[in-house]
Design a protein around this ligand. Sequence first.
Ligand SMILES: [Ca+2]
Ligand SMILES: [Ca+2]
Length: 182
Amino acid sequence: MKLTNRSVRIRLGMGMALGALVLTVAGSPAAVAAPAPAAESDHCVVTVPETSTQCFATFDEAKAFADSMTGSGSAMRVSVVIWPLTVLVIAYDLANFNAANGTLILISLNGPCTKSIANVDHQVANLPAGWDNRISSYIAGPYCWTKLFRDPNFGGPSVGFAGDTAMIGGGLNNNASSIQWS
Ligand SMILES: [Ca+2]
Ligand SMILES: [Ca+2]
């Protein structure tokens, strides 16, 4: 009885190994073929962590797309995400929330910001392409107190945590390279 069980177990093990091998081979071309996100214009919606980038000609289009991702009953919602997608921040190239020169909407795939400010809820170690050293003002998402760092990986001088900011101070205007939210 014991021998039979072991025999079955070994065969199952080999089958799983073969299956895994086949899956790996089959999956490789798809992974290689996945298109790199191309910034078609200056109004982009990017997920955190960065797995998806969608860019638009206008802020209104980008905002509408972000709303479709975060709104209730959205067809855009990913089935494996069990909580609603939430906006972490809307960042502007210009001060005073002026969208003319470009906007960046960062959307959390890992839940909302918590009400506590004692911990880091989400972070971006490197701002998306085109947004390094560029943000001048921002609107924070619900409870998403925002901290900007001069260097990637949360290095150098920082400013925050703070809510909506019309003109980034502390020498971080056009200097932020990474962000945390609490
Ligand atoms: Ca700027
Ligand atoms: Ca910087």
